[in-house]
Design a protein around this ligand. Structure first.
Ligand code: PLP
Length: 461
């Protein structure tokens, strides 16, 4: 018998059971994530340093290492109700297909039009911009998921939204671009002629197809040079992990409802927001010495910041206009090979996750993209959902762990984050089906070259 009548196929919370506060894992960390540094002074960024770039309340959240619970404002909770709670699904069909004694659950964040978890933070950031009386926000987008989520959130609150979209995605993903424009956003291919930093990059690298780091620089410049605008970022920052804790809180509440304790928790890691959000409450228990879990970050072999990067202060963007962050990084000049999981192509990793990983509280592994798409297809064929390439990194690791259980006979409970759907990634699926997908992995020499360009700051070679 495939289904267990005691555990529903999908565990949903009621509206009343949805989290009323975000959980700030920093409060339980003995060693706090290293502070952002002001590149001009080399000193930790203060509220005043960050305020010209980010919304006031978001700066407070960014700098708040102490408050364990931060109430979710009613307007945001109301918006969450439009597409949350998201289901925690028992992958009965995948378990059967694999013939594993493991129990597999996934938290599915793709049930909204933007198609990913990014809306959880987009709505929060748009809300605080609106409360501050701002006209609008600027941002960058790579694959387009963040830009789409932010466009939806801005249209909900009547805010202006300017998106710098990495040029190769702008050209290759016209549909994502049009979704953003449908929600009223202005979308500019980056690098562009509309900013100083864009013009400088174009002069130095004519014909470049752009990068996330470069689009960030343009979006920041656009915000600070227009009164009434602020810049917002969809991953990496502490505040984004805070908002994404709604994923982990719901997951934990759903598991608790049925007395289920996971052994392994898995998530894909680009800038670290979905993984950080998913694991936060579990990591909190681990940090407080209450429980132990095996936690696994999965990243692409083509952009392996945790598994092969260095833990050092680095620039968050190519144009070096942003503060410095201490993180596992491949170097801000590192341009990953054109992997199809656009959302995982960032050179750095959240400072929170970097610190937790450095302390050995979580593991990381990297996987090659053809193996990722094999897992994506296997999953889609039995579970029905067409997964995003990013999310499929987590599927790969979950399947691998379930297969290990098949060998050992262990009945482990595996929970993974299924961050989104892959409808806009069909060119990638096509390449996979046609056998045209390659697995480029950077050499040590290439990475060393990139590490040489890390900023020279006190105490860092
Ligand atoms: C952006 C994105 C990711 C990666 O970003 P994180 O900040 O690491 O979570 C993963 N999956 C999907 C579907 C995305 O859109």
């Amino acid at each position: 018998m495939k289904f267990d009548n005691n555990i529903p196929y999908k565990i949903y919370l009621t509206e009343n059971e949805m989290p009323k506060s975000w959980y700030n894992v920093r409060a339980d960390m003995k060693t706090k994530p290293a502070p952002l540094l002001n590149p001009a002074t080399g000193k930790p960024c203060t509220f005043e340093d960050l305020q010209p770039v980010f919304c006031d309340e978001l700066v407070r959240q960014e700098l708040n290492n102490d408050d364990r619970e931060i109430p979710i404002p009613q307007e945001i909770r109301d918006f969450y109700k439009m597409y949350r709670p998201s289901p925690l699904v028992r992958a009965y069909c995948l378990e059967e297909k694999l013939g594993t004694p493991a129990k597999i659950y996934y938290k599915f964040e793709g049930n909204n039009t933007s198609g990913s978890h990014k809306l959880n933070s987009a709505i929060a950031q748009a809300y605080y911009a609106k409360m501050q009386g701002l006209k609008g926000v600027t941002t960058e987008t790579g694959a387009g998921q963040w830009g789409t989520a932010l466009s939806m959130a801005c249209s909900y609150f009547g805010l202006d939204c300017k998106v710098f979209m990495v040029k190769c995605s702008y050209e290759q993903k016209p549909f994502r671009r049009e979704v953003m424009r449908t929600y009223g956003a202005a979308v500019t291919p980056s690098p562009s002629e509309t900013t100083n930093v864009g013009r400088a990059i174009l002069k130095e690298h004519p014909g470049t197809s752009g990068s996330l780091g470069c689009a960030i620089s343009e979006a920041v410049e656009e915000a600070v040079s227009h009164p009434g605008y602020r810049y917002v970022l969809g991953s990496v920052l502490n505040q984004v992990l805070l908002h994404q804790s709604v994923i982990g809180l719901e997951t934990k509440a759903a598991l608790d409802k049925y007395g289920i304790t996971p052994d392994i928790i898995i998530g894909c890691a680009g800038g670290g927001s979905n993984l950080g959000g998913l694991i936060s409450p579990f990591m909190g228990e681990k940090l407080r010495g209450e429980k132990n879990y095996q936690i696994i970050a999965v990243e692409p072999a083509s952009c392996p910041s945790l598994t092969r990067g260095v833990f050092a202060y680095d620039f968050c963007d190519t144009g070096h206009v942003c503060p410095l962050a201490k993180m596992y990084t491949l170097g801000s000049d590192f341009i990953p090979s054109p992997n199809h999981a656009g959302g995982l192509r960032y050179h750095g990793m959240s400072a929170i996750l970097s610190e937790l990983y450095d302390e050995g509280l979580m593991e990381a592994r990297s996987v090659e993209q053809t193996k990722v798409f094999e897992a994506a297809e296997e999953f889609a064929r039995v579970e029905g959902i067409l997964p995003a390439p990013e999310s499929s990194h987590a599927i790969r690791a979950a399947i691998d762990e379930a297969l290990k259980c098949k060998e050992t006979g262990e009945k482990k409970t595996i929970v993974f984050g299924l961050t989104g759907t892959g409808y806009f990634d069909m060119v990638a699926y096509q390449k996979f089906h046609d056998g045209e997908m390659s697995d480029y992995v950077p050499t040590d020499a290439e990475l060393q070259e990139s590490f040489k360009k890390l900023p020279k700051i006190a105490g860092q070679k």
